[in-house]
Design a protein. Structure first.
Length: 361
């Protein structure tokens, strides 16, 4: 029997979001119904509202969520009602050319629920990142629901589903930060601070936070930054080199995603250092670099997709680190809000006032 619940819908490009009644079907084969307990407000949701990702309006927003499995369809991968899960927007298929080569974190055919959720009048909704968790209930593929320790508070655990995993994985999985490395992270929002935390937990001896906001830089130290650089009035490349004996860092992470910060990250690397881009750029942006510098500096230029994570491996690990007090997920939660406060949360996010607003249901 279909479920009528409240959800946050972006009906038209650039228009304020609204809480509407939506219809969520019972799960079919390979699907699960999740009762959402908490969902973070991410920049990606705002990009959907602005039409920057696609024009498949209306969208059911929200994708950074934790909750409890309420019902399962056939072939639900061992999940049962009552399981506590974090929802992932990548669910490896196991059959594409990447999965078959042992690289499921690059899966090219990630699974989503086959049935659409709809508006009350039957209009199909496009679920943000195949999730749509700004709702009391959502329908996802069974592979998207990753079982974790129920001791983790949902407002903290849900953040692993996107921003925390993206930043943490950019450092640990993509950048392969190891013991004794030096790291610089440009941009100290939620993703950047997660990258700082990941680098610190991986054993980096020096983690340099770079931002234009002193308050964000102060916050970055809570996640493990050993040094901070305010790039508003200081050349960040020179500052980072000054903190690393003139050499530069082993791994530079761009958590902003604009040409200026990409070039800064490129130049603040040591020879043969790694640049990791995890900040999502505007499609119109371009970077021009001298070819001789690409050749002579060596190293690697990488993009980090979802922190190159394998959710079934990485989500439980991050929850365990949270429960053992090594990863302070609670520090990412600036405020807890209701469903009807998402539009105001977008405004606070754009003004840089929060790391994460979290909808709690």
């Amino acid at each position: 029997m279909p479920h009528e619940v409240r959800g946050v819908v972006a009906a038209k490009k650039g228009a304020p979001v609204e809480v509407q009644t939506i219809v969520v079907p019972d799960p079919g084969p390979g699907e699960v119904l999740v009762s959402v307990q908490a969902c973070g407000v991410c920049h990606t949701d705002l990009h959907y509202r602005e039409g920057a990702i696609s024009d498949d309006f209306p969208f059911l927003l929200g994708h950074e969520a934790a909750g409890t499995v309420e019902a399962v369809g056939a072939d639900a991968g061992g999940l049962v009602p009552g399981d506590y899960v974090v929802i992932a927007w990548r669910a490896p298929c196991g059959m594409c050319r990447s999965c078959l080569r042992g690289r499921p974190w690059y899966c090219f055919d990630s699974r989503n629920a086959a049935q659409p959720m709809t508006l009350f009048d039957g209009t199909p909704l496009s679920a943000a990142l195949g999730i749509g968790a700004f709702a009391e209930k959502t329908l996802v593929a069974a592979g998207q629901a990753v079982k974790v320790d129920p001791a983790a508070r949902p407002e903290a655990a849900g953040l692993i589903g996107c921003g925390v995993m993206a930043g943490y994985g950019a450092a640990v999985n993509t950048g392969n930060v190891g013991r004794g490395d030096t790291v610089a992270v440009i941009g100290c929002g939620g993703v950047g601070c997660a990258a700082i935390a990941g680098a610190s937990l991986a054993g980096a001896r020096r983690v340099i936070a770079v931002d234009i906001d002193d308050a964000k830089l102060d916050g970055a130290t809570r996640f493990g930054a050993t040094h901070t650089v305010n790039s508003r009035g200081t050349d960040p490349v020179e500052a980072v080199r000054g903190l690393t004996g003139g050499f530069g860092v082993d791994v530079a992470i761009d958590a902003v995603g604009i040409p200026e910060t990409y070039k800064q990250a490129f130049s603040m690397r040591d020879h043969a250092g790694v640049l990791v881009q995890v900040g999502v750029p505007d499609p119109a942006m371009a970077v021009e670099l001298p070819l001789i510098d690409l050749f002579s500096r060596g190293g690697a230029l990488k993009s980090s997709w979802y922190g190159d994570c394998l959710p079934t491996r990485d989500f439980p690990l991050l929850v365990d680190q949270y429960l053992s007090r090594r990863l302070d997920l609670g520090a990412f939660v600036t405020e807890k809000i209701a469903l009807d406060e998402v539009e105001e949360a977008f405004a606070r996010m754009q003004r840089g006032e929060v790391l994460r607003s979290v909808v709690v249901l």
